[in-house]
Design a protein around this ligand. Sequence first.
Ligand code: SAM
Length: 304
Amino acid sequence: MSQKLKEALREDLTPAELQYLVQSYDVVGDIAIIIIPQELVKKEHLIASAILNLHRNIKVVAKRAGIYGGEFRTLPLQIIGGEERKETLHTEDGVRFLVNPETVYFSVRSSNERKRIASLVHAGEEILVLFSGIGPYPLIIGRANPSCRLLGIEINPEAHRYALKNLVYNKKITNVRFLEGDAGSVLPALKRKFDRIVMPLPKSAEAFLFVALAALRQEGWLHFYDLQQENRFSDSVDKVDTACQRAARQLLSSAVTVCGHCAPRTYRICVDARIGKLLGPPHLKERQEYFKDNEKDDIPFNPQ
Ligand SMILES: C[S@@+](CC[C@H](N)C(=O)[O-])C[C@H]1O[C@@H](n2cnc3c(N)ncnc32)[C@H](O)[C@@H]1O
């Protein structure tokens, strides 16, 4: 992609400027999202025109105007070419997503990871996706595993609105529901148990491990995402282990998958953890009562 772009810009950029051109850019639906280094700002409209000419399917070129941030993990964007809009329809693995990549978090770079999790799921599982955004994990997993039931919880009202729209865009996927709110309070109030819980909030998922473990069936799977430095992946496993001990659960096994590269020597990783039954130290009697109560599975699935 970048080689073709470099070729197309050979006349407009000096050799020194060409060195600054980024290796690649993301494409969300018909929007190309590119990083423009300071040295190329004056040429950004030329770069955008070259992208539009090279790829007829791209209608908008936007540059990153900041970094992912805030509670909703959103990314400021500035249009530098093409149509003046930021909403688009993106397709991933046969699932359609309406999305505004500025007002909600959505990363095309996680598509392989979503596919990987979908491939681990067993028939009939009840699966919870905390921090579900516009719904990519639940919808991709749900489409690949029609016998499973999935629930997503998301705090950004705009992302939740898109998730509901994406249910409409994918009418054949009937096993997914979404709830809006803070996972920390919505989940305990649900009083439901799940076979598998996915936690794609790499910077802060640790704070939700306790509520997640309380909602995991006596034997279940947890997919805990974390940002971790090279050679320190075991620290992320330790976070899960420590939370298990606090919750009187047992970490039976774990494996780490590297899902992305986010800074020099820092990776986005997923700890796939098999969590076992309650341990029963006497001082945790209260917590055991809580688990016992929540083990009743008489709450209807459709909580929307
Ligand atoms: C890294 S994004 C992942 C979104 C989505 N799962 C995806 O892969 O595209 C994390 C999401 O968690 C949401 N979030 C942050 N804190 C939350 C909370 N306390 N409860 C529910 N969702 C939360 C953010 O709004 C954001 O959409």
